[in-house]
Design a protein around this ligand. Structure first.
Ligand SMILES: Cc1cc2nc3c(=O)[nH]c(=O)nc-3n(C[C@H](O)[C@H](O)[C@H](O)COP(=O)(O)O)c2cc1C
Length: 167
């Protein structure tokens, strides 16, 4: 393997995008997995329901996970701290969106996984380890409570890799 998958997500960070070129949103992710499921090569990302990107991930059948050269780390920091709900953060981050099948990639991306959503769902809260539960509960700024006032988990989105684009 050319890259360490752990470094790819945890250190390099990825950008998850969903929607059409005229109406999409994206956010930085450092939690993600690459693997095999149901005999398909997959990427799994975990998106918290308060993110604007979550709405696009729910609505769209396709999404991308993009990785960038180190020089774009500051762009990823912007995309991971501002919300597309109230800013044109892609412009602020100086990225150039391009059409990628039924989704969006970026001219600046060095690696894009174009994915078809094949599963999405919350974790069963009853089965989440106490340490993780407390992590959610003790970080209300990052993880706001759900409308019913209770803690919630990220939603898991499993994408079948349809195409890998390297530049
Ligand atoms: C390094 C980094 C990693 C992040 N990883 C995730 C993640 O894996 N899942 C997630 O839901 N949010 C993650 N976030 C938070 C979102 O990127 C952030 O809340 C973003 O502003 C949401 O934008 P949106 O409202 O336009 O979707 C991360 C942020 C940073 C800076």
């Amino acid at each position: 393997m050319e890259k360490d998958v752990f470094d790819l997500f945890h250190k390099q960070w990825g950008l998850v995008s969903a929607g059409s070129i005229n109406h999409f949103n994206c956010c930085t992710v450092s939690w993600g997995s690459l693997g095999v499921l149901w005999n398909k090569k997959i990427v799994t990302v975990y998106i918290y329901p308060s993110r604007y990107t979550y709405e696009f991930m729910k609505e769209n059948e396709y999404f991308t996970v993009c990785f960038f050269p180190e020089s774009y780390k500051s762009s990823l920091a912007i995309l991971g701290s501002k919300s597309g709900r109230d800013t044109d953060k892609v412009k602020i981050a100086k990225l150039s969106p391009i059409e990628c099948g039924n989704s969006v990639s970026y001219k600046e991306a060095e690696l894009t996984y174009y994915c078809k959503k094949i599963y999405s769902g919350f974790f069963d809260k009853n089965l989440v380890d106490d340490e993780i539960k407390h992590y959610y509960q003790n970080n209300p700024k990052s993880f706001p409570k759900s409308e019913d006032g209770d803690w919630q988990t990220h939603m898991m989105f499993v994408g079948e890799i349809i195409e890998v684009i390297k530049r």
